[in-house]
Design a binder for this molecule. Structure first.
Ligand code: PMP
Length: 359
């Protein structure tokens, strides 16, 4: 079967070059075995891990006072690890712009007082609220955002004014899609399965002064950032193969020209789709223009029947996983870093044809 254009929100499309390279190295990655068979304490794996870290550091210009961790447990474990490790005063402020931010907000309530200081739930999370002058709590340990909302297709056009408090961001569905000034954040985390690799790895970038022993009482050892930082992400057996693929994706992004080049490529793809949606009489984007994501583009027709017909016919054309999230309906095209321009072009051409045929 020919490879399809995969618009899945995650796990998602990966660069073909990376997959081919991994296939070539499946039986022998240069030391007579597969990375999957290798001891995580071996020199060979140490090199893979160190290179992945360095390449990520280079790509994002991560300052020396930040630690890079490769952990497990996905985004959902970070919803707990963040408050367990950072809620020193047991107070945190959450900006709730979608399901994932809401889940994080709810999880934080287990460990202390989580305040919802802004929300866009009134309009089904279709916009990012004005975050220039929010009632940030005096004693908040951090302000939390989900910077790109995978389900609703919104992205913070600018970072919130945290009034001096530490900013924590879930960047899962936008990680490495554009340049990022890491120094503005206390902690960034991202599940790998959208922009950087297979499910099973979560990258955490954390300012070193936030890594302390002072954690919520009862925090299990595996959920302390300090233990992973002290052991250089090798406290326990890491998701070695996943880290290896992430490392290859970092090198692919570097070879593509880095994050400026990624941004340009992503803007070009997103513009093609949004421009079409803005003039279409059949398909409509669901997000306010100023809040649009470059990565996840939800859209609908006015009819459930047409939505279903579109998804079915698109699938037959090799344009797959376009069904919107179950809570939103309609369609969603996730156009992560690895989605080529040609994929979006094929989608837009198909949408044009579908609109003509079903007008
Ligand atoms: N945050 C965001 C922005 C997500 O899109 C997702 C899942 N797709 C999660 C967190 C949850 O990640 P996981 O399934 O890895 O726990």
């Amino acid at each position: 079967m020919a490879r399809v254009y995969n618009f899945s929100a995650g796990p998602a499309v990966l660069p073909e070059e990376v997959l081919k390279e991994a296939a070539d190295e499946m039986l022998d990655c240069g030391c007579g075995m597969s990375v999957m068979e290798m001891s995580h304490r071996s020199k060979d794996f140490e090199k893979i891990l160190a290179e992945a870290k360095q390449d990520l550091k280079d790509l994002m210009n991560i300052p020396d006072d930040y630690e890079i961790l490769f952990l497990q447990g996905g985004g959902n474990t970070q919803f707990a690890m963040v408050p367990m490790n950072l809620m020193k005063n047991k107070v945190a402020d959450y900006i709730v712009t979608g399901q994932w931010a809401k889940k994080a907000y709810q999880e934080a309530q287990i460990f202390g007082t989580a305040n919802k200081i802004a929300s866009s739930e009134d309009k089904t999370f279709s916009y990012i609220p004005d975050c220039s002058d929010l009632p940030v709590s005096e004693d908040a340990d951090y302000v939390y955002i989900c910077e790109n909302n995978t389900i609703y297709g919104t992205k913070f056009p600018e970072l919130p004014n945290t009034k001096g408090k530490v900013l924590v961001a879930d960047q899962s569905s936008m990680f490495l899609s554009e340049p990022c000034d890491v120094s503005k954040y206390g902690l960034i985390f991202a599940g790998a399965q959208k922009n950087i690799g297979p499910a099973g790895v979560v990258v955490v970038i954390i300012r070193k002064d936030l890594i302390t022993e002072d954690v919520v009482e009862g925090t299990p050892t595996m959920l302390k950032y300090k233990i992973h930082a002290d052991k250089d992400s090798l406290y326990n057996t890491p998701p070695a193969y996943g880290i290896y693929i992430c490392g290859k994706v970092f090198k692919w992004i570097k070879a593509m020209g880095g994050l400026e080049a990624m941004k340009e490529r992503n803007e070009k793809k997103a513009k093609l789709l949004y421009d079409y949606l803005d003039q279409s009489k059949m398909f409509h984007g669901t997000v306010e223009k100023g809040s649009r994501s470059l990565m996840n583009v939800p859209f609908v027709t006015d009819s459930e029947e047409l939505n279903a017909k579109f998804i079915k016919e698109a699938t037959a054309e090799g344009l797959v996983s376009l069904k919107g999230h179950r809570t939103v309906g309609g369609m969603r095209a996730s156009i992560y870093n690895a989605m080529p321009y040609e994929g979006v072009e094929k989608l837009v051409n198909f949408m044009k044809k579908f609109e003509e045929e079903n007008a």
